[in-house]
Design a protein around this ligand. Structure first.
Ligand SMILES: Nc1ncnc2c1ncn2[C@@H]1O[C@H](COP(=O)(O)OP(=O)(O)OP(=O)(O)O)[C@@H](O)[C@H]1O
Length: 247
């Protein structure tokens, strides 16, 4: 899919509504995520970021509207090997070592070069020295990076990362954003949620969400220019008071 600016669209949501436990949580969401770039999904707690990610992954119930991911309907079996999904909750086994966890997930994905994939994923998140450490004995930041390494296995073209930097110190956060930029430069598409506005500057595109609606979808510079504000945080506040903005 190619959008009006000529960029390929990796993920497209059109008129998406979601109801969770009887509550209407997404309202007419339209979203086009450009391929080969970092899109930040930003908004306050409860805005709907995780629900949008679950919808893209095809694991969210009670979805209406259209959701196309890498040219297929969300949830299509072929997408399992094409998307790396890092949930907010730890999705690795505490009683396995770091290496065992990654070997297990590489086997589930039926990757051919399991050992090579595990080596590459560990190196990318700087955890080679922790390979034989029990996952339950890792620090919070190390644990978070094992979960990210699992999402990187097989080098999937689309990475959906739900708050991957939460709880990390500033140095680690910075190194992860450097990794995200490297992945995007290699052609991966990244959708990264955060409620830390200073991370917005590291994204190519920002989608601001509030109360299940898209408030804005633009580059960081475009957002600041359109709202006449010095920071994305200020732009967000201006939009909350003024309504929707799209580039
Ligand atoms: N299992 C559930 N049943 C009912 N409502 C839910 C459920 N999970 C989330 N919600 C509601 O859906 C809305 C969106 O939640 P969601 O988790 O998508 O927000 P979020 O932006 O990811 O928040 P956070 O930054 O705190 O993770 C919230 O109002 C939340 O209370």
């Amino acid at each position: 899919m190619v959008n009006s600016s000529g960029a390929t669209t990796a993920v497209a949501l059109e008129g998406v509504d979601v109801t969770r436990s009887g509550t209407h949580v997404l309202h007419g969401v339209d979203l086009a995520i450009p391929a080969g770039s970092i899109t930040g999904l930003l908004g306050p707690s409860g805005a709907g970021k995780t629900t949008i990610m679950r919808t893209i992954m095809g694991v969210q119930a009670h979805v209406t509207g259209s959701v196309t991911v890498l040219g297929r309907a969300a949830g299509h079996p072929e997408l399992r090997r094409l998307i790396g999904y890092r949930t907010q909750d730890p999705s690795v086994y505490a009683d396995l070592t770091v290496g065992e966890n990654l070997r297990y997930f590489a086997s589930v994905l039926r990757l051919t070069d399991v050992a090579g994939e595990v080596d590459r994923a560990l190196a990318r998140v700087d955890l080679v020295s922790m390979r034989d450490r029990l996952t339950s004995r890792l620090s919070g930041g190390q644990h978070s990076r094992v979960t990210l390494a699992a999402a990187l296995l097989g080098s999937p073209p689309l990475l959906v990362l739900d708050e991957p930097t939460v709880g990390l110190d500033p140095v680690l956060r910075d190194s992860l954003w450097t990794l995200f930029a490297e992945l995007a430069a290699e052609g991966h598409t990244l959708l990264v949620s955060s409620h830390v506005m200073d991370e917005a500057q590291r994204c190519d595109r920002l989608v601001l969400v509030r109360d299940g609606r898209i408030l804005a979808d633009d580059s960081p510079e475009g957002l600041r220019a359109a709202t006449g504000t010095p920071s994305v945080e200020d732009a967000f506040l201006a939009l909350v008071q003024g309504g929707r903005h799209a580039a």
